[in-house]
Structure formats: structure tokens, C-alpha cells
Design a protein around this ligand. Structure first.
Ligand code: FES
Ligand code: FES
Length: 153
């Protein structure tokens, strides 16, 4: 089979694409739709740089075939409001930025589901997102600051 047709929503916009069966969801937004926010790190499910939301759950898009997302909702970092990034910029959570799109998508999942913090702390919930630069304290502090801001809003 040379190609497969797949329909899904990407950041709320319907997509109907014809893709090679082995195309990864990691590359489809970048090379077919022009959304370049999602980054490739390891390419094998270890680093979380490629995190997107699939039907509301964070997944490593390097491990998902685009043909598998038929009928599902895909959200990339471009779907997040610019103020999602503010705590990260203010809190020293980003340096080279390679991990940041994945961190933002993992963090936004926590911000959307604060009940997760009843059973896990922020550091545990962010454990799937590796960062070579920050030492993680800035990331954890920024997520905590954003949670506090949301509680006050
Ligand atoms: S690039 Fe997908 S987990 Fe590292
Ligand atoms: S800021 Fe460089 S890898 Fe995280």
C-alpha cells in the first residue's frame, strides 16, 4: 500500500490527508500543514519533545502513525494560548527551547486536570519530558506558578 487516506482534526481544523502508511504524526503538522512548533528529540519515545495531545491525552507523536489518528482530535503547541508560555518565560523554564513545545503540552495537560495533583506531584507528572538545560526546577516552579495563577483566576 503506497498511501492511506486519513481524516482528523488538527487544532480544531478538519484535515483530510493522503499519507504514506508509515508517516509519523510527529511530521504531519510540520510538513503537510506548516505547523512547525512540535519538535523531534530522540525520535523513539524517550524524551517527550514531540508531545501533542490526542483526544485530550498527551502522547509522544514520534510513536504514533498519522494513519492511526483517523477521526481523532490532535492538538499541537500552536493550539495553546500565548499566555500558556508566560510562566515559562518568566520562570526560567526554557533555555535552548528544544524541549519547550513538549513541556508546554505536558504542562497544559496538568493545568487542564489539576485533580491529577491529588495522586502525583508536578515533577512526577512531567517525568516524560527530558530537558538537558534547566535542571527541571524552573519547569516545575513555572507549572506551579501557572496552577496558582489559575486558582486565583
Ligand atoms: S522525539 Fe518523541 S519522545 Fe523524543
Ligand atoms: S531548555 Fe534546552 S532541552 Fe530544555
Amino acid at each position: 500500500m503506497d498511501s492511506v487516506s486519513v481524516s482528523f482534526t488538527l487544532n480544531g481544523e478538519p484535515q483530510g490527508l493522503t499519507v504514506p502508511p508509515a508517516e509519523r504524526l510527529l511530521g504531519t503538522p510540520r510538513y503537510r500543514v506548516g505547523l512547525t512548533g512540535t519538535k523531534e528529540g530522540c525520535g523513539e519515545g524517550e524524551c517527550g519533545a514531540c508531545t501533542v495531545h490526542l483526544d485530550g491525552l498527551p502522547v509522544n507523536s514520534c510513536l504514533v502513525l498519522t494513519a492511526q489518528v483517523r477521526g481523532q482530535s490532535v492538538e499541537t503547541v500552536e493550539s495553546r494560548k500565548p499566555d500558556t508560555l508566560e510562566p515559562f518565560l518568566a520562570g526560567g523554564a526554557t533555555q535552548c527551547g528544544a524541549c519547550t513545545p513538549g513541556v508546554v503540552m505536558a504542562a497544559s495537560w496538568i493545568l487542564e486536570h489539576p485533580e491529577l495533583l491529588r495522586t502525583h506531584n508536578t515533577r512526577e507528572l512531567m517525568a516524560g519530558n527530558l530537558c538537558r538545560c534547566t535542571g527541571y526546577d524552573g519547569i516545575v516552579d513555572s507549572v506551579t506558578a501557572a496552577l496558582t495563577r489559575n486558582r486565583r483566576a
